[in-house]
Design a protein around this ligand. Structure first.
Ligand code: OAD
Length: 259
């Protein structure tokens, strides 16, 4: 635990959650690091790793559409690593699903492509950086479902369409549009009393802008194990491990019959 006044902050988080019926939860890679998936910008993050492993002009090139069209190998090699183990939701993913189960209206907007919110049971999830569940051919545009290309991804091979074009999973790359669902939510946000940011550096737009826009209007908190440049906007900032936070808040909420 990194933060001072932690007990006080946990109590404030509990109060904010208890008094809010409608909550938007915005998540980033930090909510999945305890599941074994590295984040992007942390010390052991993907960008430090790919910088050393592949000969990239800059680390983000691994997810840049122009670089992908020039050399797709780093992306498929990295994907093979992500598909290696059977990754399960963290305590925090489950906590979010539990809040919904208990009657809160929860809208999750995640930058993550690991599908763990859905796996944990959350129903209203916008995967604003796309998903591996579908893909399309970069040459003819044909659409594919994951079962038709997953084997290739697991082997680190590049799936090809019958037209010889590369089949690219529908994860959003730098230089690509986010899914329509995200822009609809951005321009017409779900009604909410509270926005909670969990495990994101808030460095990537337009996704981060969605959370910040809400944080400027309604009650807000951010839980991240290090400060972000936007902390001042939030009513409550908690710097600690996300699962330690969720576990502490969950324990306290469980003791309340009605919340
Ligand atoms: P980042 O790696 O930028 O930020 C993750 C944050 O989570 C960091 O500030 C970590 O300190 C924090 N963190 C890591 N593990 C944690 C833990 N167990 N508990 C609490 N905090 C923890 O990841 P994102 O903000 O998700 O986009 O990055 C946003 C986007 O940048 C990604 O969706 C991806 C990337 O480029 C694309 O590829 C388009």
């Amino acid at each position: 635990m990194h933060d001072k006044n932690l007990n006080e902050k946990i109590n404030k988080a509990v109060q904010l959650i208890k008094s809010s019926d409608k909550i938007v939860i915005f998540t980033g890679a930090g909510i999945s690091t305890n599941c074994g998936i590295p984040d992007f910008r942390g010390e052991n993050g993907i960008y430090n790793m790919v910088k050393k492993k592949y000969n990239l002009p800059y680390p983000e090139a691994v997810f840049d559409i122009s670089y992908f069209e020039h050399d797709p190998h780093p992306f498929y090699d990295l994907t093979k690593e992500l598909f290696k183990s059977d990754i399960q939701p963290s305590l925090s993913h489950k906590f979010i699903a539990w809040l919904e189960e208990k009657g809160k209206t929860i809208n999750v907007v995640t930058q993550n492509i690991d599908m763990l919110h859905t796996k944990a049971g959350s129903k209203n999830v916008i995967e604003c950086h796309g998903t591996y569940l579908t893909a399309h051919c970069l040459k003819c545009g044909k659409k594919f479902e994951i079962n038709s290309f997953e084997d290739k991804l697991k082997k680190g091979e590049i799936p090809l369409c019958i037209c010889s074009g590369i089949i690219k999973p529908d994860v959003v790359f730098f230089g690509e549009m986010l899914p329509d669902k995200f822009y609809i939510a951005y321009h017409n946000p779900p009604e909410a009393d509270l926005v909670i940011v969990m495990g994101s550096s808030l460095m990537v737009q337009p996704a981060a802008g969605f959370a910040l826009m809400l944080a400027n209007k309604i009650n807000s908190m951010i839980i991240n194990n290090e400060p972000t440049v936007y902390d001042k906007i939030f009513d409550l900032v908690v710097n600690m491990d996300i699962d330690e936070f969720s576990s502490a808040v969950w324990e306290k909420l469980k003791k309340n019959n009605k919340f």
